[in-house]
Write a protein that binds this ligand. Structure first.
Ligand code: SF4
Length: 336
């Protein structure tokens, strides 16, 4: 039994990984990467079997944001060439939901650019979500920026299941990647969404120059947030953004970071999110031995793996699409 098998067993018995153990995972040498991934798979398998949850994003409003998030092609300081458009119609949002359903996505994620939504945008998105929920048996998640509690309540009343709002990075590193809103602003939105009875999706972006300690701090902060799902975006540097030349990730590093989050969040839906194709490259399938969730058909302003290719990858691995089962069972499912 390796050191990480032992740690995985402890986690399955209820042990909470310490900061020191988190750093040990991140600093594992390449020779021990496979045993680390195997141990993380023990945890993943205990709670999720061989299932994978699929999400599809829909960029319902693009560009022209006044915020300065350094990683984002839609920010006020980005010169990236991207599409810019106002909030699309409810018909278009519904059309996107149908496409997501056809791609076997369990969850459709409506995303808009901007610091926070206008009241009219909340009204329009709420009425589109009502139509989606009437027509399709799928979960709807919204990522609309900073939200007040009344806005969150209106979304909940319309049938929105989950709100995405990432912490993005550690509290200490946040001002290095954004100066127009604070880490605490983000925490407040998560509290407002929770108070409205919404499920939470909250994770981060890795590869922005943060330290190992920042990554462990982010994983620990998310323990307090207790989200239902954790998306881990791996920075895809975009020309025209301040992080265009960032080069901090390797495929092995991405796997170690995913393992860190699996060990610290054994029961949470863990998503290999934006940038997975770019950063994991040929190691993409290995990420699914750790994560249990992914996006299909691309991201907000960058393309991604089409649904058919994802399906082939899952079949090749002997994995299956989750099929509407609860993401987090009360107790571990027996190992095969
Ligand atoms: S608030 Fe959203 S859209 Fe605006 S710059 Fe930040 S990440 Fe991009």
């Amino acid at each position: 039994m390796t050191r990480f098998d032992d740690l995985a067993e402890q986690v399955l018995q209820g042990h909470s990984v310490t900061r020191e153990e988190g750093l040990e995972i991140l600093q594992t040498d390449e020779a021990h990467l496979l045993p680390l991934v195997n141990a993380a798979y023990t945890i993943r398998h205990a709670y999720f079997g061989r299932t994978v949850t699929i999400q599809m994003l829909f960029n319902a409003k693009s560009g022209a944001c006044q915020e300065d998030c350094h990683y984002c092609s839609q920010s006020s300081i980005s010169t990236a060439s991207i599409d810019r458009y106002a909030l699309v119609s409810a018909d278009d949002m519904l059309k996107g939901a149908r496409q997501a359903h056809e791609a076997k996505a369990q969850r459709y994620c409506v995303v808009i650019s901007g610091r926070s939504p206008l009241e009219k945008e909340v009204t329009d998105i709420a009425s589109a979500v009502k139509r989606i929920k009437q027509e399709l048996p799928m979960q709807v998640c919204c990522s609309l920026g900073l939200l007040t509690e009344p806005q969150a309540k209106r979304l909940k009343a319309a049938g929105v299941d989950r709100i995405n709002h990432n912490l993005n990075t550690s509290e200490a590193y946040h001002s290095s990647i954004c100066t127009t809103h604070t880490y605490q602003d983000r925490m407040t939105t998560l509290r407002n969404a929770r108070a409205a009875g919404l499920e939470l999706c909250s994770g981060g972006i890795v590869g922005m120059g943060e330290s190992d300690e920042d990554l462990v701090a982010l994983a620990f902060a998310l323990r307090d947030v207790n989200p239902d799902s954790i998306p881990l975006n791996m920075l895809h540097p975009i020309p025209g953004t301040p992080l265009a030349d960032a080069n901090h990730l390797t495929p092995q590093r991405c796997l170690k970071i995913l393992c860190l989050f699996r060990f610290i969040h054994p029961r949470r839906e863990l998503r290999a999110a934006g940038g997975r194709e770019f950063n994991l490259r040929s190691l993409q399938p290995m990420a699914l031995y750790v994560a249990d969730s992914l996006f299909v058909n691309g991201y907000l302003t960058t393309p991604g793996q089409p649904g058919r290719e994802v399906e082939r990858m899952l079949t090749d691995m002997g994995f299956e699409v989750a099929g509407g089962k609860p993401a987090v069972p009360d107790s571990p499912v027996p190992a095969n």
